[in-house]
Ligand binder design. Sequence first.
Ligand code: SF4
Ligand code: SF4
Length: 400
Amino acid sequence: MDNKKLHVINLLPHIYELEDMVAFCNNYSRVYIYGTGHNQEYLLKYFDMCDIKIEGFVVTDLSRDIPDWVYRKMPIKDVFTVMSEEGSGIIVALPDRYYNNVIPRFREKGFTDYFIMSEHNKNAIAGQVRPRLKEEMAFEVSLADHCNLSCQMCDHYSQLSKPNFLNLAQFEKDIARLGELYDHKIGYISLLGGEPTLNKDIIKIIKLTRSQFPDSQLIILTNGVLLNSWETAPEGNLWEALRENKVHITVTVYPINLDYEAIEKKAAEYGVSINMSSNIHAKKSTKNVKISDKHTMKPDKSIDKFYCVNCLYYNKFNVLKNGRIYMCPVAAHSDIFNSAFNQNLELTENDSIDIYKINSWEEIAEFSSRYIPFCSYCDLKHWGRYSEWKASTKKIEEYI
Ligand code: SF4
Ligand code: SF4
């Protein structure tokens, strides 16, 4: 996988269209999906996740459309039968190129109970709920929950964390277990924090990770502040360890007094692959003014399930923590949010998966492609770019 694309976020469905589609479904006692391809089956999976009952699939010609099931079987009916059923609504999920075959049939019969999905949402929903292939999968590990910077709205709550380092003995066990589950092959692993270079065991952690995953991409995600001082650290020369273990560095560029050119030069001197960007999710590196995103939470857990696929972390940024894989850093580090703001965001058994109770990486892929209860805390409609980077006020208003 190309280093520059590792953090590029998934295609996210249009959130207002999700709302309209769910409202449409709630108006009908019998809802059908038009089409029987993979995208339509993944749409069924999405509706199952959201507790929206689907009666079956609709096709134009029953003799022609034989599905190749990838999710679950459902009854298939021809469109004329469904149009004549009382209380039926049809979600038109076929690719756009079929519209000229479909819409005239509705018009001829005076049938208006249908919802036309945009091509974007058909692809984006299917893309979000499709279990990932092994080479697309990834997880991150927090080497230090705390940080030497204090950014507003940090999505790992690091500016709020007490000093807390990765437990090396637990990590050694966990990374060996994941090596076994993934047969030592995965897309990429991010070592981050907080600030990972605060952890004096960082070289040991890199070596342990590399020994379990010899060919996977390894990335250190850092603010870069301590990078150059690690050249002469008593624990060893981090730059040499990065080169020897083929670790890529991504430095987030902040408007702080730091010699970024010196870091780039050091990387070149040691032959270490580096990317410096003020937006690590951008397709191309950028040194534009750093903008902070706000990840608004609803501590009353009132967000409807159907919004979850609109999240950039969903089915993308899994976290390894104490023998479990969490969907995302927001859930995994919610204990920091709770303790900083005296809140009680609840993590249930279903918000993570115990890596010692599963038998294959496919169970992680399936877990990661489904709604988790913690998603109902995330007010995704009010997530997004908020303001130029600032130091944190450490107040809950940065998150609600
Ligand atoms: S540097 Fe990164 S981890 Fe540290 S507080 Fe800022 S956003 Fe959070
Ligand atoms: S818990 Fe929140 S941040 Fe995590 S995947 Fe769900 S919606 Fe996204």
